[in-house]
Design a binder for this molecule. Structure first.
Ligand code: NAD
Length: 313
């Protein structure tokens, strides 16, 4: 991987991914794109192109000009947003993915796109969820993610496209706000802890979900993309997670730094329903074994760095 084009690059993941890839591969070798122009000071004034992923012609035009060897497809509507407008979610999530895969096939690009723990459903084993297991999600987002995993495998098997992916858990970061997912509480809680000393959670008290700090997520993408293909028995997509946590656990960790922090609840039935349909804790053994996934942040360390970074803003 030497020259990379990114779709949906202004999102929660894309923003930090762009910065890390530029640092590692050189600014001129990374082309972030999104449907809107950048507002982030770190991204302004640097190479950037507007791209609506539904526009296959424009995508191919950009690839033919920039000549990347890899496409990272991040543009999507997330779980809670997708549930509000399922037909539109299908159009963006499936239409955009198909265009990106077709572009990868035509221009012989390596391909990365993230799946999610949302690709699991109520009939999936909840604890230690295996890499290969029942996937019968009940959300439009989940339906898109399972179909996407299969489509990426199909493009690999049928057309030889080097597709790779992970099932991300909730990602926690302080650089860019999250984009409408069910795990967003775990980001908001840190900002509110410092802003007002209290937080009202839309997810119930003891609802466990998998999470990971953004630095570990970005490292995982790069590690997977640089892995020797001979090592990969699975491709789309690998379970990856660093912790299984609930709002009470995060609050208790925050109280080690802000002893008076208060947490109460106003549970949102839609997002709670989505959370309850997902696993409590997935098993990342195959990612560790096949390409060396090795997250460095647990809840304690992540809380320390989140609070410190937000305080410094
Ligand atoms: N953030 C998480 O916790 C998480 C967890 C699991 C999986 N994922 C997956 O990772 C990927 C990126 O997620 P994210 O959190 O960065 O999402 P995000 O919502 O923060 O960002 C998505 C980006 O896509 C852009 N976009 C929307 N419609 C577009 C279009 N038609 N054309 C081009 N760009 C468009 C948006 O402007 C936005 O910048 C998605 O596939 C998502 O499902 C994210």
């Amino acid at each position: 991987m030497e020259r990379i084009i990114i779709t949906g690059a202004l999102g929660q993941i894309g923003t930090e991914l762009t910065l890390k890839l530029r640092e590692k591969y050189g600014e001129e070798n990374v082309l972030p794109t999104d449907i809107k122009p950048p507002e982030d000071e770190n991204l302004k004034g640097k190479p950037f192109e507007i791209l609506d992923v539904r526009d296959q012609e424009r995508m191919k035009e950009l690839v033919s000009e920039f000549k990347p060897d890899t496409i990272m497809h991040m543009a999507a509507l997330l779980s809670a947003t997708a549930e509000k407008n399922p037909q539109f979610a299908w159009e963006i999530n499936m239409g955009g993915l198909m265009n990106a895969l077709e572009t990868a096939r035509e221009f012989d690009l390596k391909f990365f796109t993230p799946s999610s723990i949302g690709a699991f459903g109520p009939s999936t084993p909840k604890e230690n969820t295996p890499q290969v297991t029942i996937q019968r999600p009940t959300t439009m987002y989940g339906v898109n993610k399972v179909a996407g995993e299969l489509l990426c495998d199909y493009y690999h098997e049928k057309f030889g496209v080097d597709t790779r992916g992970v099932r991300f858990p909730g990602l926690i970061s302080h650089v860019k706000e999250p984009g409408g997912g069910t795990t967003d509480y775990a980001v908001e809680i840190y900002f509110e802890a410092l802003r007002s000393g209290r937080y009202t959670s839309f997810i119930g008290k003891s609802t466990n979900m998998d999470m990971m700090y953004m630095d570990d997520a970005i490292d995982a993408i790069i590690k997977l993309m640089e892995a020797d293909p001979a090592q990969l028995t699975d491709r789309n997509a690998f379970n990856v997670s660093a912790m299984s946590i609930n709002p009470e656990m995060v609050a208790n960790e925050i109280r080690k730094h802000i002893p008076d922090f208060e947490l109460d609840y106003d549970v949102d039935p839609v997002r709670q329903g989505i959370a309850e349909s997902w696993p409590n804790a997935i098993d990342s053994t195959e990612a560790k074994r096949q390409w060396g996934f090795d997250p460095r942040y647990d809840l304690e360390k992540m809380t320390e760095v989140m609070l410190e970074a937000i305080r410094n803003k």
